[in-house]
Write a protein that binds this ligand. Structure first.
Ligand code: ZN
Length: 438
């Protein structure tokens, strides 16, 4: 997922003030804002969904050491559920060594620190609702899993509260409320899809661009919470009214004019995505057009890295690596461009001695080999430019991201133009039905 930064980040505030503010806001939200009649779906809350309100967000992996501070912290072994006795306000240092969580309570000046070994899993909870991890506030509780390379740290919290913190991380609370609501519904749907599909893992979503960017509760604000509350429980679904499922509600920064189908990017279709859509709303995005120049050695290094990561196409000859390492790149061209304007196949032309070899690569793989922050979308063309020593390649393209599902910049502009949340979602997810599950 892409992050849009608008420069409007809300500064962290003291956690005790924050808790009081959130409590006050939550009570006001409940009284002042109700679902608009058009969105008060006749579908009753589905059985099973109400139990799925807790999401597991992986905050860190393979971390060697971190600190947790909070009020009345309950530190326990996850299996025996035996709480360690701690002071009312306490600070802990956690380490994972040889498959076990080690906890040390910092006792303060002049006192003796206390150390415990908790086993392979541990949890930290607080009745206060918030705890600080390395100084940053998070909600509810964390679970720790000791691995060979360090600790895996997973935040368990209410899905709606997770969305409060997501608004200013993945997009911005400064957007129009309808655009924020559309984005919140997509993010809620994406999280529920992950919760349904990854039960055997310790977590449902990563806290970085792999899934959805989440930095804790410090950047929650009143406007974000209000929109999340207004859209509570609304998700995008596919299937019949009696048997529906959340779709994997992909979204991306800027589509550049048309959205893409999942099978064109990841090789397999996803229910609810039957067609890409035209988008005339993201032309003002700073990423609508982009260009980047890479030297031939950069491209060659990227090809070698890609081949060594075992993603070489099966159709390539066995000695392809020798051609790339010893030969010369003399051509790069889009072989096949699909209906959304994205390159499906890139061909590269190599010479070695007096021989030549053409190697073709799917556009999405070319993009991931070269780096998705360099080749910002699969809608591009490459032009050879003679540099002082080597050939250089000028890439010119449109859009930013994989292009599947909602175009975030387009949604933002649709909101500014007066489109409703439901209209924005219908535009970018034409095969989905909006349902309220809690
Ligand atoms: Zn767009």
């Amino acid at each position: 997922m892409m992050r849009l930064v608008f420069g409007g980040r809300i500064l962290p505030i003291r956690s005790d003030v924050f808790i009081a503010t959130i409590a006050a806001v939550a009570s006001c939200v409940a009284i002042l804002f109700e679902l608009p009649p058009a969105l008060a779906s006749p579908v009753p809350p589905e059985r099973g969904f109400a139990q799925k309100r807790r999401v597991r967000v992986r905050l860190m992996d393979a971390v060697s050491e971190f600190r947790v501070r909070g009020l009345d912290l309950k530190v326990s072994n996850s299996i025996a559920r035996k709480n360690l006795k701690a002071d009312l306000t306490s600070e802990w240092v956690f380490k994972c060594v040889r498959g076990a969580v080690h906890a040390q309570q910092l006792a303060g000046v002049g006192k003796q620190n206390r150390s415990f070994i908790l086993g392979a899993q541990a949890e930290v909870r607080t009745p206060a609702g918030f705890l600080l991890i390395n100084g940053r506030p998070y909600r509810e509780e964390i679970r720790l899993y000791a691995g060979r390379r360090g600790c895996e740290v997973v935040n368990h919290l209410d899905l709606e509260k997770y969305l409060d913190g997501l608004v200013n991380a993945e997009f911005s609370a400064r957007w129009s409320e309808e655009a924020i609501a559309a984005q919140v519904v997509a993010a809620r749907t994406y999280a529920i899809y992950q919760m349904n599909h990854y039960r055997k893992r310790h977590y449902d979503v990563e806290s970085d661009v792999t899934d959805q960017v989440y930095g804790g509760s410090a950047i929650e604000d009143f406007r974000a919470s209000r929109v999340v509350a207004k859209s509570q429980g609304l998700i995008l679904t596919t299937g019949s009214p009696r048997n529906f499922k959340p779709l994997k509600a992909f979204y991306h920064s800027t589509c550049g004019g048309a959205t893409e189908l999942p099978q064109k990017v990841w090789g397999k279709p996803h229910p609810g995505f039957q067609t890409g859509v035209q988008c005339k709303f993201c032309q003002s995005s700073p990423k609508f057009r982009w260009q980047v120049t890479l030297g031939s050695p950069d491209v060659v290094r990227a090809f070698i890295r890609g081949m060594k990561s075992r993603t070489m196409p099966k159709t390539w000859p066995k000695d392809a690596l020798r051609w790339i390492e010893k030969g010369k790149l003399i051509g790069l061209a889009a072989d096949r461009v699909n209906a959304s304007g994205r390159v499906e196949q890139v061909s590269s032309l190599w010479t070695l001695g007096d021989k030549a070899l053409r190697l073709s690569l799917p556009g999405s793989r070319f993009r991931s080999w070269l780096g998705t922050t360099q080749i910002q979308s699969a809608a591009f063309r490459a032009v050879a430019v003679q540099g002082t020593r080597d050939l250089k390649w000028l890439f010119e393209g449109r859009g930013y991201g994989h292009g599947v599902g909602m175009c975030q910049w387009g949604a933002k502009v649709m909101g500014e133009k007066g489109f409703s949340m439901a209209q924005i979602l219908k535009h970018y997810y034409p095969g989905a039905v909006l349902r309220k599950v809690w």
